[in-house]
Design a protein around this ligand. Sequence first.
Ligand SMILES: [Zn+2]
Length: 324
Amino acid sequence: MKSVLAAVDVGGTSLKMAFVTHDGEIAAKWEIPTNQSDKGAHIISEAAASIKEKQREYNVDIGAVGVGAPGFIDVERGFIYEAVNVGWKSYPLREEMESLLGLPVVVDNDANLAAGGEKWKGAGGGADNLLAVTLGTGVGGGIIAGGSIIHGQSGMAGEIGHITAVREGGARCNCGKNGCLETVASATGIARIGREKAAANPSSSIGGALKAKGSLSAKEIIDAAKNGDHAAEEAVNEAADHLGFALANLCNSLNPETIVIGGGVSKAGDYLVEKITASFKTYAIPKIAAETTIRLAELGNDAGVIGAAWLAAKAYRGEGTAEL
Ligand SMILES: [Zn+2]
């Protein structure tokens, strides 16, 4: 019977699940809806049942299970302090999954696992020192140093989105403070800055679009910037400058080989990477500016399950488990 790793990426609307080979190839993948009822109390039992069903269907042997979850996690115990968008609070995820499946289970933050996935099989190309940034509705981050995810004292390391970017007068962030990188470099942040630039430049193309529709998305702003709209380009430059600045300071401290940029905003492609790189080179130590590569993520929505499998593979081999 073929041996695989089971991977689960828990999101607010669906659970992405996969069987992944020990060398990181997806053997099967599927999704089930996230059951939000009863504060997420049924999510893990439904995930375990789905894994058992697929295990029978594909006739595979499971070596270990990796689970990525949003929110604040004690990774040693696989315990979720709080995951607002699935309803968990003080939830013993690993204990529950292990008792349902009788298999070793490892749990980590979803952004950390996306970093692990990109390191293992994506744009990281196996780099043991890597930063991953996910530019979506928010800004997620993961730091890998010496081949392992950096968790810090209480699991909070890698919260790149909450680096303070605007020291005075910054927009309010979901985390409770103001001026976080997330407020200026996420899709939400780019849309907000773009709307401000549009309102201040009514004759620009985004100014016209804002007047006509009453709203602007990050994609519309980036597309207008690519088409040479000056106000839109100012908005994108502002976001890219904040990102490059934050990444340069991180790299001056961590000296990774590669920075991987993913998430919906990264669909802006090389256009965005070039702007971030220009800013990065301004603020990084020259040797670091010259030696660090900034790349677009390659795994898309699969990064989370591949990262969960990466962690599960390490646990299966007896590396990096909670006991170590
Ligand atoms: Zn914040």
